[in-house]
Design a protein around this ligand. Structure first.
Ligand SMILES: [Zn+2]
Length: 336
């Protein structure tokens, strides 16, 4: 192979010497470097393609030593959600072309690397970022819906057992102001949903509000919620955090979820009770609260129930996707 040699001032054959590159940014890398040497004058040549290859090997080793995210891991993350480099950059609010550079081998900053790692492992954190990107107009509706659909498809579990473990793993938190100082009791929750659905035509969207009102009133009366669920502010009212009502509604030993298409093409989900709910999970006071909420909401439309939740301070004083504190239970409009 030949390359221009500035010392000989002509095209010359060259050899490749091996040399060890010891340290990069304070990290011992010990990477073998290829060094082109002019055969005639024995001087070292600078050949960009070879330099680039050397640098890539150094970066790879440095990434490995510092446990930083790799270009292929970033690509995997994009493939998983079917998004472009540009879309991922916008979702994460990184500078233009950042993802493009990282995928082409540039070294990410430690902060970016750690964040990419985290987001590629934690689907809920990623989807939260996607929601934020959508509502701050960094991504459009099309991108948002595409990712949302993929998220929905991913939440398909094989059986109730697996699904229950998943839900508990996702939603169980130690007692705090956002779960009404109660650890999620999934069995109790399933029985509660089954009971409500046996009393009224229960839409999935309204199920969220039924549960929220029940938990809020329970907290108001007893300083503890009934289900232990955490709720966030969504457009149509409070909903179970991280859209886990999707999975909860698919548990089918106490109730069934049925999805039907409305005339306008939108989907509507109804929960019907299997009739096998067990009220021994509840004490008298709890039953009283549940029946009270059912009595208030059973003859109201989905829209009316949504409007009722919009009057509550817990919804009014929170931002989209923000957790709703049970402190708001002290002042409930539904009780007035
Ligand atoms: Zn030379």
């Amino acid at each position: 192979m030949k390359h221009y040699c500035p010392y000989c001032n002509s095209e010359q054959e060259y050899d490749i010497d091996k040399r060890i590159f010891k340290e990069y940014k304070g990290v011992v890398v010990n990477v073998e470097e290829n060094v082109p040497i002019c055969k005639k004058c024995k001087n070292e040549l600078i050949i960009h393609s070879i330099e680039d290859e050397n640098l890539k090997r150094i970066y790879n080793k440095y990434r490995e030593m510092k446990n930083m995210i790799t270009p292929s891991e970033i690509k995997d993350l994009r493939d998983k959600y079917d998004i472009s480099q540009r879309e991922l950059t916008a979702i994460l609010d990184f500078g233009k072309m950042t993802i493009n550079r990282y995928e082409n081998g540039s070294l990410p900053s430690k902060t970016h690397s750690d964040y990419l790692r985290f987001i590629s492992k934690d689907e809920d954190a990623f989807f939260k970022k996607v929601q934020e990107a959508y509502y701050t107009h960094r991504i459009n509706q099309k991108t948002f819906s595409k990712i949302e659909n993929i998220m929905n498809k991913k939440s398909v579990h094989h059986n109730n057992y697996e699904l229950k473990l998943y839900i508990e793993n996702e939603l169980k938190t130690s007692p705090n102001i956002f779960n009404g100082f109660k650890v999620l009791d999934l069995e109790k929750l399933q029985n509660l949903i089954s009971y409500i659905a046996s009393k009224t035509k229960l839409y999935l969207t309204s199920m969220n509000k039924y549960l929220w009102f029940i938990d809020m009133i329970s907290y108001h009366e007893r300083a503890i919620s009934i289900t232990g669920l955490t709720y966030v502010h969504e457009q149509y009212g409070p909903v179970i955090i991280n859209r886990k009502y999707e999975e909860i509604s698919k548990l089918d030993d106490k109730y069934k979820r049925e999805d039907t298409e409305k005339s306008d093409g939108s989907m509507q989900s109804i929960i019907t009770s299997n009739g096998n709910y067990d009220l021994s999970f509840f004490n008298n006071k709890e039953i009283e609260i549940v029946d009270y909420v059912i009595g208030l909401l059973e003859n109201k439309s989905v829209k009316e129930i949504s409007n009722m939740s919009h009057k509550e301070l817990g919804w009014k004083n929170t931002e989209r996707f923000e957790k709703i504190s049970f402190e708001y239970a002290n002042n409930l409009k539904i009780l007035k």
